[in-house]
Design a protein around this ligand. Sequence first.
Ligand code: HEC
Length: 123
Amino acid sequence: MKWRVASLLLFSAVLLGTTQCYYDDARTLYGTTPCDTAAVTWTADIQPLFQAQCAGCHGAISPGGGLSLINYSQISAASLNGSCMNRIQMPAGSPMAMPPNGSLTSCQKAKIRTWIRQGALQN
Ligand code: HEC
């Protein structure tokens, strides 16, 4: 009898524990903020991203592959003709992947993709 009471208590405790502390938002489950591509802009997202991830090699002097990616007209042109997305989407470790160390997160790729789909605007 005692055993039954104890197991019933334990069961209720577990049930309470699981129901009361149940969070199903992405931040709690995955420890990250969900990727927000709703309002991607050149100024807030794309320009700083290319500056940090691409300009080091694709600068003004002897840029990688002869491609400078330091200002809007260069970046939008290489984005609209498909070459940036083509390289960015290649799996990390592939010899043509950009950046070569595969450091772009899937959220950063999604933001670039969204910006290009929306016309690669200087917004
Ligand atoms: C560590 C240096 C480095 C970084 C960082 C880097 N690249 Fe490159 N990239 C190169 C080199 C070197 C080449 C030429 C060799 C090749 O085609 O793979 C190249 C080639 C390219 C090409 C092809 C150019 C052409 O016309 O053939 C594209 C597009 C490109 N990179 C885009 C990017 C983008 C976008 C980023 C940032 C997300 C980036 N790269 C970051 C070194 C880099």
